[in-house]
Design a protein around this ligand. Structure first.
Ligand SMILES: [Zn+2]
Length: 683
């Protein structure tokens, strides 16, 4: 899944020091282009992001509970008020609803989360049965059983298992085994050798020890366990591919039978694991994404003392639950996890509960959200923008001077078969089997994770569910799925500032067209997406000479972004961010053409706010990346985020576009006009 932008900043500030503020019932509406954000003193040809967003950047402050502000937060805040009204309604009337009704479950879920007094009283007790089960582990088979139990509750330990779309038969699922089991946000945090990485690992060991102590361990034992846990995770990390390596789909494509997998990992009893996680028909076809990781895991299961594995499971079980336990656990969890986002305070409880409800059982509230926010006219207008994007991309492919006719034909076929989902699912998830009780909340959260697990666990071998959504309806984000060859735009993203059915074409084609629709569509043809065909199968449909030319041009994008500073002295990782940068650039070129198409059809307006349609197009795009992040967030993103910082997502592609230079009268030699030899020509 290739998403439009990072959710790190929006979600990281999860766990409640700031409970007293932030409960407005409405917020001022957003505009696709807000001229108050423009810095008129800045030169558009020197730094367009500063021109488009500079007046806002100069005065914006990031509230303590946030890791960043800007479009994502502004839209998210507005969506959250709508979602909150849905949840409040459900909470108030739940007692009068039938026990089986989805709305009652939703109301109960939210109410138990909001019940902070009950949470305080319960302390660690809700998860004590799980801790007891871990304490009772004696053998490797017991260990596998507890790993299975943790996976069903959504806890990432030891490795990752789940049904995936079969990359060689995209009509069916297979059993997917991936690397996993790390407590830090990326394998690089374990492998880097420098003082700041060392101090971060020390901080992690301190946190693990603290958590184990709070659960009743003696100080000295807890510290020893913490060091052993770090050592265990470091060995897993060393056997894990880097994010850049994983961008190559062939590097994580290792189809395997269960028999072969047993041979690779004789110390792990997969038959028992499948039984324990509720897989009733053994998966015939597997993809073991990283065989080297499993070789190492197999070794570690035998060589690492069982007491270390038990401490590891104990720590991850408590860490996973701690955001929903009593205050001491919440505060320790926040103290550790906010190190990566820079947030200084917890979000108000209602926001944390709302985000959990949306992430866990979000389709239960989607219909009510739609009724309040997304009328049929909005959907129709958004679809017309997306239609123009599709047509324009097709025209661009036909006009490419570097691609052979045969590959072009295959690209056009892929475009024609690309699916799109706009607004909300046609088929809503059935929550009839979900159990929600009047508390404690942490157990409701676990039941929601188990419900989700059971919903999908028996998929291997079954036909792919083409109606399913990978994001909830109120989400301010979008994605392209290469295995399904489809782009998906939740209604939460089809709101101002991204899109406004009442705004002019230029604004909508710059924002929704460029940075959303054109972006997602181009993901089907970026360095990763291009390896999948029209049906979502991993298959090379490119003539070798076309592939070679793509690679040469893509390298220019890598070089361009490698040059930019991310934060401090860290540069952007051009290889890690390549797919997103190709998507931004291709999306913009396509959306520009789409705007011309719309202007021809709908007529060309005069100046609006003093800007031509072409200028408003670029302003709409640039303001859709209005963003202000804490340095901690930017440092984490260097390692974990395939998206470049927003200022470069604006200035990078625009400085490659003659259309931009023409719109603002920029000349060769201006910083926003890159030399022709450096300009990549892809889509
Ligand atoms: Zn993207």
């Amino acid at each position: 899944m290739t998403i439009r932008f990072a959710l790190l900043g929006l979600l990281a500030a999860s766990p409640a020091l700031a409970q007293r503020t932030d409960t407005p019932t409405s917020l001022p509406p957003l505009k696709v282009i807000d001229v108050r954000y423009i810095n008129r003193k800045a030169n558009a040809c020197v730094d367009f992001n500063e021109f488009a967003n500079g007046a806002w950047l100069a005065t914006d402050t990031i509230p303590a509970a946030y890791a960043n502000t800007g479009v994502g937060r502004d839209m998210g805040d507005r969506n959250e008020l709508v979602v909150r009204s849905v949840l409040d309604d459900a909470m108030k009337k739940r007692a009068s609803l039938p026990a089986t009704s989805t709305e009652r479950k939703l109301g109960t879920y939210y109410a138990t989360c909001m019940d902070s007094a009950a949470t305080e009283r319960a302390g660690l007790s809700p998860i004590q049965p799980e801790l007891n089960a871990i304490a009772a582990v004696r053998t490797r088979d017991d260990l596998v059983r507890q790993i299975a139990a943790a996976h069903m509750r959504g806890i990432d330990v030891a490795f990752g298992y789940g049904p995936d779309v079969d990359p060689h038969d995209a009509q069916h699922y297979l059993g997917g085994f991936g690397a996993g089991g790390l407590g830090l946000p990326d394998r690089d945090y374990y492998t880097k050798k420098d003082p700041s990485s060392d101090s971060l690992r020390t901080f992690y060991v301190d946190y693990i020890a603290k958590v184990l102590t709070m659960a009743g361990e003696q100080d000295a034992t807890a510290r020893e366990d913490a060091r052993n846990i770090l050592a265990l995770e470091t060995q897993l990390a060393n056997a894990t591919l880097t994010r850049v390596a994983r961008r190559d789909p062939s590097a994580v494509d290792h189809p395997m039978t269960l028999a072969k997998f047993h041979e690779l990992t004789p110390n792990l009893d997969w038959t028992q694991y499948f039984h324990d996680v509720g897989l009733t028909v053994p998966a015939k076809k597997l993809n073991v994404a990283e065989p080297k990781f499993y070789e190492e895991l197999n070794r570690l299961v035998a060589s690492t003392p069982i007491e270390t594995w038990k401490a590891y499971l104990r720590y991850h079980t408590i860490d996973d639950a701690s955001r929903w336990l009593s205050t001491p656990f919440v505060n320790e969890s926040f103290h550790f996890h906010s190190r990566f986002s820079g947030a200084k305070a917890l979000l108000p409880r209602w926001k944390r509960c709302l985000r959990n409800a949306d992430a866990s059982i979000g389709e239960a509230l989607g219909q009510a959200y739609i009724a309040k926010t997304f009328p049929p006219q909005a959907k129709a207008r958004a679809k017309s923008v997306i239609d123009d994007i599709r047509s324009s991309f097709g025209e661009r492919v036909k006009a490419l001077d570097w691609m052979s006719p045969k590959t072009k034909q295959a690209a056009l076929d892929k475009l024609a078969k690309m699916g799109e989902k706009v607004g909300y699912p046609d088929v809503w998830r059935d929550y009839s089997k979900l159990q929600v009780t009047e508390g404690p909340f942490v157990l409701n959260a676990q039941r929601a994770a188990e419900f989700e697990w059971k919903r999908t666990v028996n998929r291997p071998g079954m036909p792919v569910d083409t109606t399913e959504w990978g994001m909830t309806v109120p989400t301010v984000n979008a994605y392209y799925s290469p295995e399904k060859n489809e782009m998906v735009f939740p209604a939460g993203a089809l709101q101002p500032q991204t899109f406004d059915p009442k705004a002019d074409d230029a604004a909508n084609y710059g924002a929704l067209g460029g940075s959303w629709a054109g972006h997602e569509l181009t993901h089907g043809f970026d360095d990763e997406g291009r390896h999948f065909d029209a049906h979502g199968n991993l298959r090379d449909w490119w003539a070798p000479s076309d592939s070679a030319r793509f690679t040469v041009e893509a390298q220019k994008v890598v070089d361009q972004f490698d040059h930019y500073i991310q934060v401090d002295t860290f540069h952007v990782n051009g290889k890690l961010t390549l797919g997103e940068n190709i998507a931004d650039y291709g999306g913009l070129l396509t959306a520009y053409d789409a705007l011309q198409r719309a202007l021809k059809r709908n007529g060309r307006p005069g100046l609006i706010d003093g800007f031509t349609p072409e200028q408003r197009f670029f302003l709409g795009y640039a303001q859709s990346w209005r963003s202000h992040s804490r340095p901690e967030t930017m440092r984490s993103r260097v390692t974990t985020d395939p998206h470049a910082p927003e200022q470069w997502r604006v200035n990078g592609p625009l400085s490659n576009m003659s259309q931009f230079a023409a719109a603002f009268g920029c000349k060769p030699g201006d910083p926003m006009v890159r030399a022709p030899a450096l300009v990549p020509h892809i889509w």
